[in-house]
Design a binder for this molecule. Structure first.
Ligand code: CA
Length: 233
């Protein structure tokens, strides 16, 4: 039997850790816990988890710091940020520091387990060798699916996993408009829920800042007002 996937829970509220551990284990995951940011970072490095559930407000080092440190080390482990409902800005920042997803407290355990599963599956699906596919070129932009690299005017661009997936999804289907709900489902792998439209918007904005020569006047990733986003070719 395949060994269970491991989730690292980084959260300082013991009752939340207990309920997360219980539900994750019941869903078939192995768990490890850290109660502050420093220990969380140490366990992320040593324990090689398949996913990290990361609280924002933590003793010693906050969740954003931990995520940023992991990404700076080239660690692409899926990170799901746990954020308080009122901390709207946290969502945005959470995505800008390289997290893969966020969920607001109080969350339903069913939704959390679904998102954990979706984020782990998404990463696992990328692991096996994909069939060779042709590079996509549009203007000064070149997307090389084999190496998962993107170049602008010959210069490599650093994209997060999600940014790359969004770009390659749209670029593979040029001029076709996708609503935020479509993109949540196709690129984020789970059904559209309410304010998650922000997730799509923030990722598009980040992507434009990286791939567009003039992000304020994009030529690659365009908005069809009231309908969604598309890749122009
Ligand atoms: Ca906390």
């Amino acid at each position: 039997m395949e060994s269970p996937k491991k989730v690292l829970i980084v959260e300082d509220e013991k009752n939340i850790v207990d309920i997360l551990r219980f539900n994750l284990q019941r869903a078939g995951y192995a768990t490890e816990e850290a109660y502050d940011g420093e220990d969380g970072l140490a366990k992320a490095r040593s324990g090689k988890p398949d996913l990290i559930l990361l609280d924002v407000m933590l003793p010693k080092r906050n969740g954003f710091d931990v995520c940023r440190a992991l990404r700076a080390e080239g660690d692409n482990v899926p990170v799901l940020i746990l954020t308080a409902r009122e901390e709207e800005a946290d969502k945005v920042l959470g995505l800008e520091i390289g997290a893969d997803d966020y969920i607001t407290k109080p969350f339903s355990m069913r939704e959390l387990i679904a998102r954990v599963g979706a984020n782990i599956r998404r990463t696992a699906m990328q692991a096996p060798a994909e069939p060779a596919s042709a590079a996509i070129e549009a203007g000064d932009l070149r997307i090389a699916p084999d190496s998962r690299q993107v170049f602008r005017a010959g210069q490599p661009i650093e994209l997060t996993q999600r940014e790359y997936e969004l770009l390659s999804f749209l670029a593979a289907r040029p001029n076709k408009v996708y609503s935020r709900a479509d993109l949540m489902e196709q690129v984020w792998n789970y059904d559209y829920v309410g304010d998650d439209a922000r997730t799509v918007d923030v990722t598009v904005r980040r992507l434009r800042e990286k791939v567009e020569a003039d992000p304020a006047n994009p030529v690659h990733i365009l908005t069809r007002r009231g309908a969604g986003y598309y890749f122009a070719k």
